[in-house]
Design a protein around this ligand. Structure first.
Ligand SMILES: [Zn+2]
Length: 338
């Protein structure tokens, strides 16, 4: 089997890898129907996050179960399944509290940019769809594995409520799906921060009511103007830089909430400044597994189409071009089909 391996900055190869097999009785092996490149894959791709030698890539996936281990009870071969980027047992105290991405047995997925994938803790990690989905639902179902689940968590963590005012910092795929999530949760006003025309257009399609193209001080003062000097009830931080986090905190009203899901790189918060903001901060790797049943229902009922975020579809063996296009911001998100 050939799969995707990152060798170093901007060096992605599609090369021979061992074929995944059941190694624990709780595993499943699935045949990938669609996978994709994540914004977080770009950190090591750009050399901004060190890797320890050649690293198999990919953690977003959906597909058909091929084989299960002897202890797997809830999942059967032939089912179409979606799983989180973090494998979890869904039974430990953290899972039962809704934080499956902090599962005591958590394993971050790797190797999903390949035709076959071993999924640990299959009973806890995978959620089957009702029947075999139509081909045109695949992109939307795939987003539930990470990017849509993460946008949804950002909105949930930012306490988005019907009638509320929301700011979304970041116009990558997660930010755009954060806009969609806020819309589904009933926000009345959704201000998307974006400087790119194609992304602004998609943000509006997903439910943004206003676009702010300024950044830094300018961006913050534009948001204050739009909110009568109050700030937003809920702010979704979907980038992970020091600048974006500062922007998110300063755009939030006293008593408001920031949901932060961009993996922080170089973010440092000053305790005393934070103390006087009166804001709630809640973030981390999204507990996607908690949301999967509800999000699968919304996709299968045609209520949301988060798959619109994919603006480049490539055969899996052209994965290197998929990374390049996202790195150069020619594509918002690349879907790969084995
Ligand atoms: Zn657990």
């Amino acid at each position: 089997m050939k799969g995707t391996v990152l060798y170093g900055p901007r060096d992605v190869r599609f090369e021979e890898l061992p074929t995944p097999e059941i190694s624990k009785s709780t595993d499943a092996v699935i045949r990938i129907s669609a996978t994709c490149v994540c914004g977080s894959d770009l950190w090591p791709y750009r050399g901004l996050q060190p890797i320890d030698g050649p690293t198999p890539m990919g953690h977003e996936y959906c597909g058909v179960v091929e084989e299960i281990g002897s202890a797997v009870r809830n999942i059967r071969p032939g089912q179409f399944v979606v799983g989180s980027f973090a494998a979890s047992d869904n039974t430990c105290p953290h899972c039962r509290y809704g934080y499956q991405s902090s599962c005591r047995q958590r394993e971050f997925m790797l190797r999903a940019q390949a035709p076959l994938l071993r999924v640990p803790l299959a009973d806890g990690t995978l959620v089957p769809t009702p029947g075999m989905p139509a081909d045109d639902l695949l992109p939307s179902l795939l987003t539930l594995s990470d990017v849509m689940g993460t946008g949804w968590f950002a909105a949930d963590a930012a306490n988005v409520k019907p009638g509320g005012t929301v700011v979304v910092v970041g116009d990558g795929a997660v930010g755009l799906l954060g806009v969609l999530s806020a819309k589904v949760m009933g926000a009345e006003r959704i201000i998307a921060m974006s400087r790119h025309e194609a992304r602004q257009k998609l943000a509006r399609e997903f439910g943004a009511t206003d676009i702010v193209s300024g950044r830094g001080e300018e961006g913050i003062s534009l948001i204050m103007d739009l909110t009568n000097g109050i700030g937003a009830d809920s702010v979704l931080e979907c980038v992970g830089t020091s600048e974006s986090m500062t922007q998110a905190i300063r755009a939030t009203r006293p008593g408001g909430s920031v949901g932060y899901v961009g993996v922080p790189h170089g973010v440092e918060l000053k305790g005393q400044e934070l103390f006087y903001t009166h804001i709630h901060l809640h973030g981390g790797p999204a507990p996607v597994r908690r949301y999967l049943p509800e999000l699968i229902r919304l996709v299968c009922d045609g209520e949301i189409a988060p798959g619109k975020v994919f603006d480049l579809i490539l055969p899996l063996d052209q994965v290197a071009e998929g990374y390049r296009a996202m790195d150069e911001r020619r594509a918002i998100k690349t879907l790969l089909r084995p």
